[in-house]
Design a protein around this ligand. Structure first.
Ligand code: 5GP
Ligand code: MN
Length: 328
């Protein structure tokens, strides 16, 4: 009984819908180091709200990575400093905890009315209204459910945004989180005119030159430990600068570690500031890395999580490998 109550409290779809419909102006927030799900979902919602005649602004702490620059409205995403007027409603999209808003957190918290739309199991429901479903394979699924309740046909641009969000968060429909609803939603997006071949190529085949250069810098660092069950990669700030790359160019590099035959857990450690290292963790069942991330103040999912450590790279490697070996 108690569990049911908690679940219902965390899934207020009708309340989120009416808050969105009644607000004249809406601020939308993605998470720091924005990925396809947060940006695609934010921009799909932005397009829809604009069609409904509302004043909308999309905010994120950080830059839109180059591989997502094609998203309709990507150029309109702003940083926190840019907002001066008041908005009636603030919505955090795919943001597991309020600190994941980064520099936008104060702006979100200050809003008179706040809402969360998210699919992270670790989300405690930090807004006035919360729509959280950890069984949804992407936050885009929740947006699609909301759109279905509205009296508007889906546009091609909305479909492109939602497809980007869903396909990136499911690893192009191969992660465990992929389910029948993912494909039902794809049916709806195709009906809305999604140019699948064109956009899937852009997202999953085409690579930026700087990504490939960064990969070449990173691969020599490959370390295999734990009797071949753990693989790790690392990248220093100096290497990043030498390649002329930014964090967005490092997206997907961790997969070269987790995709090694026989490996069950992997990490990719990337220095983001001198002495500050962002670690991406990945696991294959039956292993899980969410608790490892949580132990160091990070978070995420069982099979994909992340954390940031303030220590030299050699110490990061030692620490992370010891934690992963403990999971083994
Ligand atoms: P990635 O390794 O691709 O950056 O992130 C993998 C997953 O872990 C994503 O779901 C992301 O939201 C989550 N994640 C990554 N870094 C952090 C972090 O520092 N804190 C929390 N709470 N989640 C993170
Ligand atoms: Mn997501």
């Amino acid at each position: 009984m108690k569990m049911t109550t908690i679940r219902n409290d965390r899934y207020q779809q009708d309340d989120v819908l009416s808050a969105i419909q009644s607000a004249g102006s809406v601020l939308l927030f993605g998470h720091v180091n924005p990925d396809g799900d947060t940006l695609g979902s934010v921009l799909a919602l932005k397009l829809r709200l604009e069609r409904m005649g509302k004043r909308v602004q999309a905010m994120v702490d950080g830059f839109v990575p180059g591989y997502l620059a094609f998203l309709p409205g990507a150029e309109s995403v702003m940083n926190a400093e840019a907002v001066t007027e008041a908005f009636e409603l603030a919505v955090a999209v795919d943001v597991a905890s309020s600190d994941r808003l980064g520099k936008c957190e104060a702006l979100f918290t200050a809003a008179e009315k706040t809402a969360v739309i998210d699919h992270h199991g670790t989300n405690v429901g930090y807004a006035h209204i919360n729509m959280i479903d950890e069984h949804a394979s992407a936050t885009a699924i929740l947006l699609y459910r909301l759109f279905a309740q509205m009296d508007l046909p889906m546009t091609q641009e909305e479909a492109i945004c939602l497809y980007t969000a869903l396909s990136t968060d499911t690893g192009n429909f191969i992660y465990d989180s992929t389910n029948a609803e993912s494909f039902a939603m794809m049916g709806g997006l195709m009906e809305a005119g999604l140019p699948l071949a064109e956009y899937s190529r852009m997202l999953f085949r085409q690579k930026e030159l700087l990504h490939v250069r960064l990969l070449a810098e990173t691969l020599p660092s490959l370390r295999v430990t734990g009797n071949g069950r753990i693989a790790g990669l690392c990248l220093t700030l100096e290497q990043m600068q030498r390649a002329g790359a930014n964090g967005g160019h490092a997206e997907g590099i961790v997969n070269y570690a987790i995709d090694l035959e026989g490996v069950g857990m992997a990490y990719f450690a990337r220095e983001v500031e001198p002495g500050k290292v962002k670690v991406s963790l990945r696991a294959l069942q039956p292993f899980a890395v969410d608790q490892v991330a949580a132990k160091f103040g990070g978070g995420g999912h069982k099979l994909a999580a992340g954390l940031t450590l303030v220590m030299p790279m050699e110490e990061v490697i030692r620490t992370v490998e010891a934690e992963l070996e403990a999971v083994l």
